[in-house]
Design a protein around this ligand. Structure first.
Ligand code: NAI
Ligand code: MG
Length: 325
């Protein structure tokens, strides 16, 4: 059976890195791509950033490959994540040979709770100049992300598992998160550490090699994984997966990068690594490894794009990856 993949380039460099990635996939595996639209340009033309036909294509597909949206990002990516039922946002941050990473020993995977916390969207202005936000943490979602995180670590051979939290201050909500995660760890007989998320930010900068899988509430995972992006050479290298029980969406961590859009110099590696995660999800583990290896070898030997200090175009990098394959 040929799997169907919804392909949404979106705005800005999404229009460059996503086609580059589907070009590479065409040389590797037989998938049916169904193009769909979303983002700022769609809002301008059609009045909505995420049209119904796009939602339908995503719902019907076996997986979605998304580039980036611009100013409408929240109107596009949050509904898309919930459309695929994503409870886990998986963000690996690895230093690749030859990429001049700040911390070359970094090999981290953030497992970020993707449905609640401060991103539940419950905000209000209670009176002029006074605003509030409700932080939702449930036992179910906390257990689910912890179960996923411990299984992910076991499957991939990570020995270090950390649970990030701030339960000393957010006693009820992060108390719930921590208790659920520790219960799961005990049930699985798995070793783990608990780390206060602010202290973790410092430890990650100084000693990233001490960490492996980091299980985080939503906002902490968002912020700390961007921090880790800085350790390994920037946003052009960071992939992510939004995993649900029956569907999933894969996207680079970066946005639409309007400062370089249209110049054919965006680094497509993050999207290609995201596509490799998609191949794992679609049960093509060998093809996924082939793709990762080809992108890694190209990063090591060049030519690389300007964000990594090279002068290659997006197209030249892409051709080099295809050559490696
Ligand atoms: P950004 O990730 O688009 O760009 C940050 C910096 O990193 C820029 O200097 C950019 O040139 C560089 N960069 C990012 N990806 C790169 C790549 N693949 N190759 C080379 N350089 C790269 O974040 P920024 O500037 O904060 O946001 C720009 C727009 O993107 C905003 O409208 C924002 O709302 C949107 N955004 C969308 C996201 C999504 O769709 N998931 C996520 C983050 C931002
Ligand atoms: Mg972010």
């Amino acid at each position: 059976m040929t799997e169907t993949v919804a392909v949404i380039p979106g705005d800005g460099i999404g229009q460059e890195v996503v086609p580059a990635t589907t070009d590479v996939l065409d040389h590797l595996v037989d998938l049916e791509f169904v193009e769909a639209e979303a983002g700022d340009h769609v809002k301008e033309e059609r009045g909505v950033a995420l049209p119904e036909d796009t939602k339908q294509i995503v719902t019907d597909a076996d997986a979605t490959l998304f580039g980036a949206a611009g100013e409408t990002a929240a109107d596009v990516i949050l509904p898309l994540r919930s459309l695929v039922g994503s409870f886990a946002n998986v963000r690996p941050a690895r230093a690749y040979p030859g990429t001049d990473a700040l911390q070359p020993e970094t090999d981290l995977v953030f497992i970020r709770e993707n449905t609640e916390g401060v991103y539940s969207g419950i905000e209000s202005e209670i009176t002029d100049g006074v605003t509030t936000l409700t932080r939702v943490i449930t036992e179910d979602a906390s257990r689910k992300i912890a179960e996923f995180g411990f299984e992910y670590a076991a499957d991939r051979g990570y020995n270090s598992i950390s649970i990030a939290h701030k339960a000393n201050v957010m006693r009820t909500t992060d108390g719930q998160f921590l208790e659920a995660a520790e219960t799961v760890a005990d049930e699985k007989g798995a070793a783990y550490d608990t780390v206060l998320m602010d202290a973790l930010a410092m430890h990650l900068i100084m000693h990233p090699e001490e960490f492996g899988v980091v299980i985080c509430p939503n906002l902490a995972g968002d912020v700390l994984s961007d921090l880790a992006a800085g350790l390994v050479g920037g946003l052009g290298l960071l992939p992510s997966a939004n995993l649900g029980d029956d569907n999933a969406l894969f996207e680079p961590v970066h946005g639409s990068a309007p400062d370089i859009a249209g110049e054919n110099i965006a680094n497509p590696a993050a999207t290609m690594f995201s596509a490799a995660m998609m191949l794992d999800h679609l049960d093509y583990p060998e093809k996924a490894d082939q793709l990762r290896t080809a992108v890694e070898s190209t990063l090591a030997s060049g030519p690389v794009t300007p964000d990594l200090g090279g002068d290659a175009t997006t197209s030249e990098f892409t051709s080099a990856v295809i050559e490696e394959l």
